[in-house]
Design a protein around this ligand. Structure first.
Ligand SMILES: Nc1ncnc2c1ncn2[C@@H]1O[C@H](COP(=O)(O)OP(=O)(O)OP(=O)(O)O)[C@@H](O)[C@H]1O
Ligand SMILES: [Mg+2]
Length: 95
């Protein structure tokens, strides 16, 4: 597998449609392929709360801690809040 970092961002306009659930499942899948970090970029911190309840096979951090831990990750899965505005979407696309 090539060593370039892959960043997968989960976004969607509606709330409660499974973004965080999808992010956790994707991070679980990718963690079997290489070092994976889940970045919880939603202020409601759903994914972080779930990670504290159980034992995910990957670290979960908020966006403030992300830079410290994603350097050597091969896969970075980013969970995002509902109702992104057009600026948010442009920024997500630009990364
Ligand atoms: N594929 C699915 N089938 C059934 N229930 C699901 C599925 N995916 C998620 N859920 C349930 O739907 C609810 C909302 O899921 P989740 O928190 O992942 O959505 P979200 O889009 O991240 O919400 P928010 O916009 O509030 O961040 C949760 O109770 C979750 O367990
Ligand atoms: Mg969510």
């Amino acid at each position: 597998m090539d060593s370039q970092k892959k960043i997968i961002t989960i976004t969607g306009y509606k709330g409660g449609v499974g973004k965080s659930t999808t992010a956790v499942h994707l991070a679980t899948f990718f963690s079997e392929l290489g070092k994976t970090v889940l970045v919880d970029g939603d202020q409601n911190r759903t994914a972080l709360a779930w990670s504290k309840r159980g034992s995910f096979p990957f670290p979960a951090v908020d966006e403030r801690q992300a830079l410290k831990v994603i350097a050597d990750a091969q896969f970075v899965v980013i969970d995002t809040p509902a109702r992104p505005d057009s600026d948010d979407l442009k920024e997500l696309e630009a990364v």
